[in-house]
Design a protein around this ligand. Structure first.
Ligand code: BGC
Length: 939
């Protein structure tokens, strides 16, 4: 073993990040956390110490000196108190395991935003005209001018709005983010953005222009397209800070001096789409020298500023540009552009024709069984996902929508002058700017397509908030992200995005600990005020006073922060969410103590003390969604009502009690991580009692669980609720159900993430592969076979006869992804944040190769295996400052080589052990290629 052998290979410190971001501008975290990566061509590299220096020009704000610590992620800033607008530059250097220092890193920086409400001297302004709240009024355009006299060394714009904004300075769009200021629980937390506008300023007259859109604030929202959820008036708050080269400062504020009008953007709605009349354009409206005499006054209004928060999560930006693959003439004689990919975004198009011609684009996910354009499967209103553009009649004109997005693959084109050509249409995928972190590929092309579909469903639904689908509801159902968080956190760096969302979840948590089913919740939109919503919104499972939350949905409060802690080693998210996590568990505890009506009426149950005590650990009251959308269930019509009723009668307590146990366990673990030992013990005891009650009530002596369905066994095994002596029997029952179902899965939203994991954990890896490779309905590859490019909500999203059903872009069932990365390719967490990694690929299912890569906070983790000519090779990459354990399946240590050498003698290898089914090798950082003869028949 030659860990840290002395050599002259340089050690580099790079990729400096502050709060996960590369040089963030305008944050309000008062102790920002700093992370960096070590890079070295050498193996077995560790960090033994670090030194950080933070400066502001020549002032030192924080100098740590040499700190003996391996910590290289999330080191909290500990220097002097930071003030609004402060620019902090930092560098770091480290020492390796042999106490050799690296050079200082390149400098990085972060800049503070406006930390106090009193920093906001600007006034909220809104257009000075009356609007009919029930109409969909045109978008307001606002402008003002100001003068710059002398050289400006730096300038910032701080801006937010009620509704959405687009900001322009001297005719130039400021930034490239869409749907700003984003979507939060607006009356509790409203984000502002900070922009560096130095380069956009000019001497003398300058002009600011802003367009406002309805967005989530007052546009159509949720399944019932309710309007004016957060308010009826759009408003703007903006403040420019100019610092001149001679040191003096100038503020430019939104105030009564601004002017407003309406223009070509006649309607704009996230769901319904946009109406734009290019004949009404106002050339130069956002530049100096424009004649705005016809514009109206604005009004200064006194909306609050004490709930403004800096943006720390990633904003939405345009990503892939998608070229259409076909122009379809449907049996109904419609002209339809096929983008070849279902996604969330818009179409940028160009057109040429006479002034006054209106082009209409309608966006949908699929064609129907006859091959015609349809949106019927989504049960959405008539005017929906539609863009109408009226030409001004120039040589060639183009349009990109401003404040709307659609979930679509097909675009029905009407009113187009002449025959459209494909080059005139480009799809723009819009989603939150999360770094992509994960890749997966294997020797089976349909599985690779499945993986792509999972990623596309994530992209389509990670747009400001984690949504159920980008089409029908577009709301953030807690249950959906709860099941998908682990898979999503492999594919993309979710920390900033989901932490932001968790803050809204906590902000809207009801006093008794209930978590809204949707966050942000339309019903809880205005604190202390019940929102008037259609009766049906109250009658169906929406959160709020009239309808309680559900197990598996509210548990997002616990499971999502825990997942972030696991994937990113982020302890602060646990600290910040702890009160919310605990409140949710306490809510469940109260629900469990309640007796259901049928028990209260049953005199036989009154006397049995022991049973009575046990019952107070069963959550068997109130509404539950249950497993949700198993293969035989439907989301619409009488089948849905019957399904909910059946679940309420037969399986609700089974599901709810399992989540009560699971979340209580995770809360106990969280308390332990946070050093709250007493609470850890309390919740561990509670967990123990729930588990006992669960086992006594639901698990038979033969390991059978009722209802005898796949989900019942998967959940119980995944949450460790089956006593060890009955685990084998429970697994056998699960396998029996799968076999009786001809190797088809039978799970819904809640258990699908665990199905294959439970099988491979319990010696049934081939059954898991059989499910993965199944391509008859219900299965993942049935979707692929039917040409899906995203994950469907229902297992039969497109029937055998081509009939579409439900949403075709719901990520929940794509949660099988975690099994591909963790088990097929074998990249598994050892300790939180991947400080220690477990590589344990489990070949099977006839695959001959699989590989995955993951950009952890420490650096690139990779695992790639293949079987060829009787040899199994596994190539892994372990980032510097981490260690790993590698399980080589069916290997014998004496036959294993690395780079052609006997493994024990290889640099970086710490230890080699032989276990029954694997050779187990502990290694330090570096890339290793292990090889050995492999006899297992994998055909
Ligand atoms: C949504 C789901 C959600 C469910 C509640 C549906 O309408 O689209 O994804 O979780 O309702 O069970």
């Amino acid at each position: 073993m030659t860990m840290n052998s002395r050599s002259t290979v340089p050690l580099l410190v790079q990729d400096l990040r502050c709060e996960y971001q590369d040089n963030p501008l305008g944050i309000d975290v008062v102790q920002p956390r700093l992370s960096w990566k070590l890079a070295s061509a050498q193996r077995g590299v560790v960090q033994s110490a670090y030194q950080i220096r933070v400066t502001e020009t020549s002032d030192v704000l924080w100098e740590t000196g040499q700190v003996l610590s391996p910590q290289s992620i999330h080191v909290p800033y500990g220097g002097s108190v930071l003030r609004s607008g402060q620019r902090c530059t930092w560098r770091v250097r480290v020492w390796d395991g042999n106490d050799r220092p690296s050079a200082w890193s390149e400098p990085a920086w972060w800049e503070m935003g406006l930390l106090h409400p009193s920093d906001w001297q600007a006034h909220w302004i809104e257009p000075g005209w009356q609007e009919d709240p029930n109409a969909e009024p045109p978008c307001p355009y606002l402008r003002t001018t100001f003068s710059v006299e002398g050289p400006v060394s730096s300038a910032r714009a701080y801006i937010t709005s009620l509704g959405l904004y687009e900001l322009f300075l001297n005719g130039q769009r400021v930034g490239d983010a869409c749907f700003t200021p984003g979507y939060t629980s607006y009356h509790r937390r409203l984000q502002y953005q900070t922009y560096d506008i130095t380069a956009l300023l000019q001497e003398h007259e300058n002009a600011i222009g802003v367009i406002l859109g309805d967005g989530w604030y007052r546009g159509k929202l949720g399944a019932f397209s309710q309007r004016n959820t957060y308010g009826e008036r759009l408003a703007l708050l903006v403040q420019l800070h100019l610092r001149y080269a001679d040191g003096h400062q100038q503020l430019v504020l939104s105030d009564e001096g601004w002017q407003a009008t309406t223009g070509p953007l006649l309607r704009s709605d996230l769901q319904a789409g946009e109406v734009y009349d290019a004949r009404l354009e106002m050339p130069g409206w956002n530049r100096p020298g424009f004649d705005a005499r016809q514009w109206q006054k604005v009004e200064a209004v006194s909306y609050p500023k004490d709930h403004l928060v800096a943006t720390t999560g990633p904003l939405v930006r345009p990503h892939e540009e998608i070229a259409p693959i076909a122009l379809v003439r449907t049996p109904k004689d419609e002209t339809v552009v096929d983008m070849g990919q279902n996604f969330a975004g818009v179409v940028r198009f160009s057109v040429q024709g006479p002034a006054g011609t209106t082009v209409r684009l309608q966006h949908g996910e699929t064609l129907d069984a006859q091959g015609n354009f349809t949106t019927a499967h989504l049960h959405v209103p008539q005017r929906w996902q539609e863009v109408r553009y009226t030409l001004k009649g120039e040589a060639e004109e183009g349009y990109t929508p401003h404040f709307t997005f659609h979930g679509f693959r097909y675009v029905k084109v009407e009113g187009f002058p002449g025959l459209p050509s494909l080059e005139q249409f480009t799809g723009l995928a819009l989603y939150s700017d999360l770094p992509e972190t994960g890749t997966f590929e294997c020797s089976d092309p349909p599985i690779n397509r499945l993986q792509q579909n999972i990623l596309w469903s994530q992209k389509s639904n990670f747009l400001e908030i984690p949504t159920d689908c980008p089409t029908r509801e577009r709301t953030s159902w807690t249950g959906d992200i709860q099941v998908f968080a682990r898979t999503g956190s492999f594919l993309m760096q979710t920390a900033g995005f989901l932490s932001k969302w968790l803050q809204d979840l906590a902000a809207e948590q009801v006093a008794d600990g209930q978590v809204a089913n949707i966050v942000p919740s339309p019903v809880l939109a205005r604190p202390g005020k019940a929102v008037s919503v259609p009766w049906i919104t109250r009658a169906v499972p929406y959160p709020g006073k009239s309808f309680p939350t559900s197990a598996g949905w509210g548990d997002a409060a616990v499971i999502v922060p825990w997942t972030l802690y696991q994937c990113y080693g982020d302890q602060r998210v646990l600290e910040e969410q702890y009160a919310s996590m605990k409140a949710w568990v306490e809510y469940m505890r109260k629900q469990a103590k309640k007796q259901p009506w049928f028990r209260r009426l049953n005199p036989l149950s009154w006397s049995k003390q022991e049973k009575h005590a046990r019952q107070s650990y069963l959550w068997d009251t109130g509404f539950q969604f249950g497993e949700w959308l198993e293969p035989d269930e439907s989301l619409f019509g009488p089948k849905m009502a019957i399904g909910i009723l059946k679940r309420m009668l037969f399986s609700a307590p089974l599901v709810a009690t399992a989540y009560f146990a699971h979340s209580t366990h995770l809360l106990a673990e969280t308390a332990r991580v946070l050093g709250k030992e007493e609470e850890a013990q309390e919740y561990e005891t509670l967990h123990h009692r729930i588990t006992e009650a669960y086992q006594a009530t639901f698990i038979g002596r033969d390991g059978q669980i009722h209802p005898d369905k796949q989900a019942s066994y998967v959940r119980a095994l995944a949450f460790d609720l089956v006593p060890p002596a009955l685990q084998r029997a429970a697994v056998d029952h699960l396998v029996r159900l799968i076999k009786e179902n001809n190797d088809h899965l039978g799970t819904g939203f809640l258990s699908t993430p665990f199905l294959c994991h439970v099988l491979s954990e319990h010696g049934q890896v081939e059954v898991a592969y059989a499910l993965l490779k199944q391509d008859a309905m219900p299965s993942w590859l049935y979707e692929v076979k039917k040409g899906a490019t995203t994950i469907w909500e229902d297992w039969d999203g497109i029937g055998e006869d081509g009939t579409p059903k439900g949403s075709l872009n719901h990520y929940a069932k794509g949660s099988v992804g975690s099994w591909l990365y963790q088990v097929v390719a074998g990249i598994e967490l050892g300790t939180p944040g991947y400080k220690h990694i477990r590589f344990r690929p489990r070949p099977g299912g006839g695959l001959t190769a699989a590989s995955a890569g993951y950009h952890s906070l420490y650096g690139e983790v990779a695992s790639s295996w293949q079987m060829r000519d009787g040899t199994f090779t596994l190539t892994i990459t372990v980032p510097a400052n981490t260690t790993a354990i590698v399980f080589l399946p069916d290997a014998e240590a004496r036959q294993v080589t690395e780079g052609g050498q006997i493994v024990e003698t290889v640099e970086g290898v710490i230890q080699v052990n032989q276990e029954q089914e694997a050779t187990v090798i502990e290694v330090g950082s570096g890339t290793y290629a292990f090889a050995y003869p492999f006899s297992k028949n994998n055909e």
